[in-house]
Design a protein around this ligand. Structure first.
Ligand SMILES: Cc1cc2nc3c(=O)[nH]c(=O)nc-3n(C[C@H](O)[C@H](O)[C@H](O)COP(=O)(O)OP(=O)(O)OC[C@H]3O[C@@H](n4cnc5c(N)ncnc54)[C@H](O)[C@@H]3O)c2cc1C
Length: 523
């Protein structure tokens, strides 16, 4: 058994004993076999010296047990790394950022505390997965939708705190959070927003409470352990309609994204979608590969027309009353008709509730609030895992052309071949570019991948594009790029961190924020 950095073996074994007394010995894990389960299967530093491996894991079942864990950790200055369902694949899994940390595993706290289908919210504990919440809603015949990300085995808690996303109108998950209960680093229990008012009647309905809005300080954060969270749900709509807009010239993306932005900002289109280039994503074809590697734009466009593959496409999902979604799609088509040569595809569309036969035919269940694991079946069979480089660029067609061509040229320059690039419109007014690359069980390939990733971070930052979320391996690199005025933002985060967590026990290094005793001079 390893020990946390800076902790003596004697202190660590005393702490383990005290955790065993507080939680029951069966909920304190120290064997290599158990610790292995908390390693990150998608780690880009797999089997290297830097791979951060936990020293132990503890699994409390309730707020008081969490408080006991935290108080003991403070006494011995033992770093903890909190997970809810621990499925954070692509971003660190359930492994800590700092090797030797103790994983605080909240999976046992899996109670759905409330679902309200008149006011459209839920109150959940950390270990509730999207599958659990969906099942609860179905069992109780409630008329609300959840908004799952692609894999349904994660949690509203972990995914929302990481500012993850799904597809329905509630797709910006942190935006849908309303009210938290938090164990602070000293073991104190706090409620945010209206939850600070004893007997509050609107904890899950009104986010802001009174005074500074503090909820955001617990997202992508190391300031607290969230033990309850309110999540806004979507009232089951009457209808869903997907309409796809396709344009055939490279520069058509400029007017297309301008129209799309108006549809998003006005609330005409409220789901999350992708502005993608099917020509760039298309199946390997030697002719297309040659064109992608250096053919002219006109030759690519000509190829696309010949093969029936649009240069760009945007599927537009609409949710709401049947007449309204039909009118929204008509409006979108009318606006896009100003682009010469634009084509449209209607459907699929559904009316709710779906009967069992219709349900079985649904191709993309997450689009209509049904959790699934089918995404794993869509990955290449040889895939061992992936991580994504995901910078935020303006919702602007020229920015997309520039970013795609820059990232593709970096991939090629470093010997990776063409980049597989797509986007997500998870946030209004900006676009997330998704540049996915494989993680291998091969130390040398992973080293090269890290070189590529770090180069992308640097080149993107030089153009004013920053990442919205990243794997633990790159959190320091990305934090370094958010450096306005000599890292004023990070210095502020460090001041807050030192004040609320003076022993530096919660998630050291998360998003580049280290407690004072571990802080190094950053670049
Ligand atoms: C194929 C594939 C597809 C994916 N698709 C999506 C997608 O569509 N959308 C998306 O957003 N993600 C996606 N992901 C990434 C990831 O799988 C999900 O975001 C997943 O929901 C995160 O895992 P989790 O919910 O179990 O969170 P956890 O692993 O439990 O937590 C994530 C992090 O949040 C913090 N945290 C967790 N709980 C607490 C707490 N109680 N208090 C304080 N801090 C806490 C910790 O830092 C923790 O490391 C995908 C991954 C893969 C492999």
């Amino acid at each position: 058994m390893s020990v946390p950095p800076g902790v003596t073996p004697k202190d660590f074994s005393d702490a383990i004993k005290r955790w065993q007394e507080a939680l029951g010995a069966e909920w304190v894990f120290t064997s290599d076999e158990d610790i292995d389960l908390y390693r990150d299967p998608y780690s880009p530093v797999w089997h290297e010296q830097e791979e951060p491996i936990a020293s132990a894991a503890v699994a409390p079942d309730g707020v008081e047990q969490i408080q006991a864990v935290v108080r003991i950790a403070n006494q011995y200055k033992i770093p903890l790394w909190t997970i809810s369902t621990g499925k954070n694949l692509g971003y660190g899994g359930s492994a800590p950022l700092l090797g030797g940390s103790v994983v605080l595993d909240l999976k046992r706290m899996n109670r759905v505390l409330e679902v309200n289908d008149k006011n459209h919210y839920a109150l959940v504990e950390p270990g509730v997965s999207y599958f659990d919440l969906y099942r609860y809603i179905q069992d109780h015949k409630l008329k609300v939708w959840i908004d799952p990300p692609d894999p349904g085995w994660g949690s509203p808690m972990g995914n929302s705190l990481e500012r993850g996303g799904g597809y329905t109108p509630m797709h910006d998950h942190f935006d849908a959070v309303c009210g938290m209960e938090v164990v602070l680093p000293d073991g104190e229990l706090m409620r945010t927003g209206m939850g600070a008012l004893p007997g509050a009647k609107t904890w899950q309905q009104y986010k802001y409470g009174f005074g500074p809005y503090i909820q955001g300080a617990f997202s992508q954060s190391s300031l607290g352990i969230v033990t309850k969270m309110g999540v806004w749900l979507y009232p089951e709509p009457e209808a869903y309609l997907l309409g796809t807009v396709m344009v055939w010239k490279r520069n058509d993306v400029i007017p297309l994204v301008e129209i799309f932005t108006e549809l998003v900002s006005s609330g005409t289109m409220r789901g999350c979608t992708t502005v993608a280039s099917p020509l760039w994503l298309g199946l390997p074809d030697p002719e297309l590969d040659t064109l992608r590697a250096g053919g002219s734009v006109t030759a690519m466009e000509e190829y696309g027309r010949r093969k029936g593959i649009p240069y760009w496409s945007i599927p537009l999902p609409f949710y709401g009353p049947a007449k309204v979604v039909a009118a929204q799609w008509e409006y979108a088509k009318k606006k896009c008709s100003s682009i010469p040569g634009v084509t449209f595809q209607d459907g699929p569309s559904y009316r709710f509730p779906l009967n069992a036969d219709d349900l079985a035919k649904v191709r993309d269940p997450v689009q209509i609030g049904i959790p699934s694991l089918q995404i794993f079946g869509l990955l290449p069979p040889q895939s061992r895992g992936h991580i994504g480089f995901s910078p935020i660029v303006p919702m602007d067609g020229q920015a997309l052309i520039d970013a795609f061509s820059l990232f593709d040229s970096i991939h090629r320059e470093l010997g990776w071949g063409r980049a597989v690039l797509t986007t997500l419109t998870s946030f209004p007014r900006a676009i997330v570019i998704i540049d996915l690359f494989p993680v291998e069980k091969d130390v040398e390939k992973n080293r090269k991948m890290r070189e590529l990733y770090r180069r992308l971070i640097k080149e993107a930052a030089a153009r004013g594009w920053g990442e919205y979320r990243t794997h633990t391996t790159f959190m320091g690199d990305i934090s370094n790029t958010y450096s306005f005025n000599n890292h004023a933002l990070r210095r502020f985060h460090e001041t807050v961190k030192d004040a609320v967590d003076p022993n530096g026990i919660l998630s050291p290094g998360k998003c580049g924020i280290w407690p004072k005793r571990m802080r190094k001079a950053e670049a």
